[in-house]
Design a protein around this ligand. Structure first.
Ligand SMILES: *[C@@H]1O[C@H](CO)[C@@H](O)[C@H](O)[C@H]1NC(C)=O
Ligand SMILES: *[C@@H]1O[C@H](CO)[C@@H](O)[C@H](O)[C@H]1NC(C)=O
Ligand SMILES: *[C@@H]1O[C@H](CO)[C@@H](O)[C@H](O)[C@H]1NC(C)=O
Length: 468
């Protein structure tokens, strides 16, 4: 009797678990697990066959795809648990409604990746010589530029978006009007280019497992010196790796050629080739280079779980002429993962709003040691970081206490080179902007002795001018 009761309880509990699993979490982990189930179904299957199988699950088949990868195979789809096959069907096929994006997953580093361009890019890489990226990125970018029409094409790329729940992500809501090249599609395309280039020419002797490759790339856990001592092929280095592989002129050529091929194969009466579309492509590639190659990836407020601004923010008059460097002091340790950095952001915002009584987290941007910049008040709104100077410059803070030690070389470069190039290119900072440490303007030890000596060597650092 007693054991029967326990069994019933156990069955009810199992039922609940099964119910929760009905709508799987949209994470890279779920995807890799499903890929493993495909691999386990036939351990003899090579990487190329696994990729072709995934392509069939996602229905990734059109004349353009066939041109590069050939027709889908005729062999039956693997018999894997229905949760896994259902997940693969819905997770690989990319769709955008007015506000939601499907076919994307949340990775452990806090970025969101569309799976279709990733899978196509890796397969193309295995088959093609290095440097051929039409399937991962070039066609999509071309279609996005042409759709937007007239330069400067500000709205031809993006947007990003945010998940309903970070621990249990199911719905990804876009933060603006969708284009064919959302941030997630660009991320997936960049990863497809990077992993495809890595596998290029290795077709006869591919790595044993796709799941293993994806785990190494997406699930590396940073330690100690963070990115400065991490392997080269990991997702937080996405933009860095992409920049070494792809030049703007190569990209423009491939976008042009992909569009011509697309037109020929699909016989779509799209815009004709000519002067006008060449100008559109040039402007589009310029925008792409600015947004995704010059700028660092910035984790938006909704993604780290920010509370809303309290009150009415004040608009800055751009471009600004100053960048003020801070350290957070508390938290005192560099954060090495998205989970940790996001939690630090929430803690600082709570402290600034509740204890200090400010409208919001004070900083404009915050630099983690996980390879990402976190959005504080952002480019548009006046911060509360450098008393008396908040309308004149952006306040950029490094998470950690840098009195006696420094952020990693990689983390320093993220602010010194990438964030500033992004700000100047986007007309948020003047080209001759000035870098000051917080302590040059306010009686404080911030940004710490070690970090202050470091920024004294930055190209835009200036002593404070003493007015006569
Ligand atoms: C997110 O999902 C987890 C697990 O389902 C749940 O415990 C948590 O309360 C959710 N968080 C929010 C903010 O809804
Ligand atoms: C920076 O350049 C602007 C014009 O672009 C000029 O007005 C300003 O004086 C310059 N500032 C410094 C500090 O050189
Ligand atoms: C600066 O702050 C320190 C300690 O907070 C204080 O002892 C010192 O008098 C201050 N200096 C000025 C110029 O206000």
């Amino acid at each position: 009797m007693g054991s029967m009761a326990i069994n019933i309880v156990a069955m009810v509990a199992l039922g609940t678990v099964a119910l929760c699993h009905a709508a799987p979490q949209r994470t890279m982990e779920s995807f890799i697990t499903a890929v493993e189930q495909v691999e386990e179904w036939d351990p003899e299957m090579g990487v190329l066959s696994v990729l072709k199988t995934l392509r069939r699950f996602g229905g990734l088949d059109d004349p353009f795809v066939r041109h590069f990868l050939g027709p889908p195979s005729e062999t039956p789809l693997p018999t894997i648990p229905s949760e896994a096959s259902d997940f693969l069907r819905s997770a690989i096929s990319h769709r955008v409604t007015e506000t939601e994006e499907e076919g994307v997953v949340l990775t452990g580093d806090g970025t969101t990746v569309a799976l279709a361009p990733l899978i196509l890019g890796v397969e193309a890489g295995l088959l093609a010589p290095p440097g051929l990226y039409p399937l991962a990125l070039a066609r999509t970018l071309g279609l996005a530029f042409l759709r937007a029409g007239t330069p400067p094409l500000w709205d031809s790329l993006g947007p990003g978006g945010c998940w309903d729940n970070l621990t249990s992500p199911r719905t990804f809501t876009l933060s603006g009007t969708p284009t064919p090249a959302t941030d997630a599609v660009v991320n997936g395309g960049m990863d497809g280019v990077i992993l495809g280039a890595e596998l290029s020419g290795r077709a006869p002797k591919p790595p044993p497992r796709l799941s293993g490759l994806l785990r190494l790339y997406y699930q590396h856990r940073l330690q100690g010196a963070g990115l400065s001592s991490a392997p080269r092929l990991i997702s937080p280095r996405r933009r860095e790796n992409f920049r070494t592989l792809v030049s703007p002129s190569l990209l423009q050529d491939q976008v042009r050629e992909s569009l011509a091929l697309h037109r020929r194969l699909t016989a779509h009466p799209g815009p004709e080739e000519g002067q006008e579309s060449e100008a559109v492509l040039r402007a589009g590639v310029e925008l792409f280079v600015h947004r995704y190659m010059d700028c660092p990836a910035i984790i938006p407020r909704c993604q780290w779980g920010a509370e809303p601004y309290r009150g009415t923010p004040t608009q800055l008059a751009l471009p600004l002429s100053f960048l003020y460097v801070h350290h957070t002091y508390q938290p005192g340790q560099p954060c090495l993962s998205f989970d940790r950095c996001a939690a630090d952001m929430r803690a600082m915002q709570r402290f600034h709003q509740d204890d200090r009584g400010w409208d919001d987290i004070g900083y404009s941007f915050v630099v983690g040691s996980d390879g990402y910049v976190y959005e504080g008040r952002g480019w548009q709104w006046r911060g509360a970081h450098t008393k008396g100077h908040n309308s004149l410059g952006y306040g950029v803070s490094f998470i950690g206490d840098y009195t006696a030690s420094l952020p990693s070389a990689h983390t320093l470069a993220l602010a010194r080179d990438r964030l500033t190039a992004c700000a100047v290119g986007g007309a948020r900072l003047t080209a001759n902007y000035t870098v000051h440490g917080h302590r040059q303007l306010v009686n404080t030890s911030c940004p710490g002795d070690a970090l202050f000596s470091e920024i004294k060597g930055w190209p835009h650092f200036r002593e404070v001018e003493v007015k006569p």
